[in-house]
Design a protein around this ligand. Structure first.
Ligand SMILES: Nc1ncnc2c1ncn2[C@@H]1O[C@H](COP(=O)(O)OP(=O)(O)OP(=O)(O)O)[C@@H](O)[C@H]1O
Ligand SMILES: [Mg+2]
Length: 231
């Protein structure tokens, strides 16, 4: 699924311009980092892709559909085909790791036998098999992040959006998460990662889209976190 922003501005009342005049095309199968200082508009971009937010101006197209003109059927389909990993995980505290990953599948009507198989596959792939019957509060931050990624990929989405997936993790765990995201990308999923993690961006070179005050100031293939001399 291609994601396309054509002249997109999002203004919050009364006059906070979160993103401004964004032109951006992310092709199917790409891996993109969204970088930029706090408040520069990274999360806002992700939230317009899922149609949590509608642009004030301009068009966002996901696949063939303009999100502004989406029917409720299209929207349900879109949300099923986009996996989202939030910075604060948002795992359900009263469900085990297994149940957190299974329920998003049950929610869209995957048959029970398939839910079991897929959940077990995801748990295995994420290295969470031995943690599957524990609750979020009983596992580490890195494990919670992996469980959140597991939940996001359980329905095999075309697109994975990850907001600060390595926030609050040590370098080693952040690298593990990054390798997981790269392997998900290698299997064909488009991956967009909003991040402040300079080490990760510089170590695993991918396309870098840099935002400043809501505008794109750089879009570079195999970029670094900061351009040289910009320190
Ligand atoms: N719902 C909202 N209502 C009002 N202003 C908002 C809302 N959401 C975001 N903003 C503002 O829009 C700007 C961009 O916010 P956004 O969350 O996209 O930044 P960000 O790049 O993700 O920052 P961070 O790195 O801190 O997560 C900020 O100034 C923020 O205060
Ligand atoms: Mg953010």
């Amino acid at each position: 699924m291609e994601i396309r922003f054509a002249g997109v501005t999002k203004q919050f009342p009364p006059d906070i311009v979160a993103i401004q005049d964004i032109f951006l095309t992310i092709s199917k199968g790409e891996f993109v980092y969204l970088v930029g200082p706090t408040g520069s508009g990274k999360t806002t971009i992700l939230r317009t892709v899922t149609r949590e937010l509608l642009p004030t101006k301009g068009q966002v197209t996901v696949g063939d559909v303009n999100i502004r003109k989406m029917s409720s059927y299209d929207l349900a389909y879109l949300r099923r085909d986009i996996g989202v990993v939030f910075q604060d995980f948002r795992l359900l505290p009263s469900l085990t790791v297994y149940e957190n990953i299974a329920f998003v599948q049950e929610d869209i009507g995957v048959p029970p036998a398939d839910v079991k198989k897929r959940t077990n596959d995801v748990l295995d792939r994420l290295g969470l098999w031995r943690r599957r019957f524990l609750y979020p509060e009983q596992i580490s931050g890195g494990e919670q992040q992996r469980a959140a990624i597991g939940r996001a990929i359980a329905n095999s989405p075309s697109v994975l959006l990850a907001d600060e997936p390595t926030g609050n993790l040590d370098i080693h765990t952040a690298e593990e998460i990054m390798q997981l995201l790269l392997s998900i990308n290698a299997s064909g999923t488009t991956v967009v990662v909003a991040t402040h993690n300079q080490h990760i961006v510089d170590a695993y070179k991918q396309r870098v889209v840099e935002l400043r005050k809501g505008r794109i100031v750089r879009d570079e293939k195999k970029g670094r976190y900061e351009v040289d001399g910009d320190l």
